[in-house]
Design a binder for this molecule. Structure first.
Ligand SMILES: [Zn+2]
Length: 205
């Protein structure tokens, strides 16, 4: 029996399946941390959505479906320029729930299964779990807490503690559902558009 290399159609199928398995549900949210008056939040959300749309990264979702495509925005004609080149790019356009949400309501953005405890920006000392988890509730209820590092005594707002997979509370926020890895330059520009202090939440469920 001879072993033939798989055909293009088969390769595409395998890639689509690998994509579906690998990244079944994940998202990246860029969150504005500063507390703004409600009208400013709405205006900022409108401006940022306009920027994303004008640049072609998103467009109004014409295939709205509560279960499969629930977001108001879907990938626009230039979505490829916002992401890293990966082999399953073609599969992305057909995947369920690949829209973008521009959220105005102040809420907690949580990395779910990705969660890792934040570490001090100065000395790298990791926060005790219970302290870190408590901050989320305080942040939601009373506002962003300032935390002191038990090792170097430096103080910083919790949103400024570096955490690759940390949570954040704020608004507005832009969430990319099941997109390929976003380019650093794109994320930086989006953060600039949101202004002030921002945090990137990488969720996996
Ligand atoms: Zn420290």
């Amino acid at each position: 029996m001879t072993c033939r290399p798989p055909g293009q159609a088969l390769i595409k199928l395998i890639e689509a399946a690998a994509y579906a398995l690998d990244v079944s549900e994940h998202s990246v949210s860029v969150v504005r941390l500063d507390v703004l008056p409600l009208d400013e939040v709405h205006e900022l959300a409108r401006v940022v959505a306009g920027w994303l749309r004008n640049a072609g990264f998103i467009e109004p979702n014409t295939r709205l479906d509560a279960m499969w495509q629930p977001s108001l925005w879907m990938p626009g004609r230039e979505w490829r320029t916002a992401v890293e080149a990966v082999r399953w790019l073609d599969a992305f356009e057909k995947t369920a729930n690949n829209g973008v949400d521009v959220e105005r309501e102040r809420s907690a953005h949580h990395p779910v299964e990705n969660l890792e405890v934040a570490a001090c920006g100065l000395c790298g000392s990791v926060l005790p779990d219970e302290v870190y988890f408590e901050t989320l509730e305080i942040w939601l209820d009373k506002g962003e807490p300032e935390i002191e590092c038990s090792r170097c005594q430096s103080r910083a707002l919790i949103g400024d503690w570096p955490a690759e997979f940390g949570f954040a509370v704020g608004s507005p926020a832009v969430r990319f559902n099941n997109w390929p890895s976003l380019r650093g330059s794109f994320v930086n520009e989006l953060r600039r558009q949101l202004g002030g202090r921002t945090f990137v939440v990488k969720a996996h469920t």
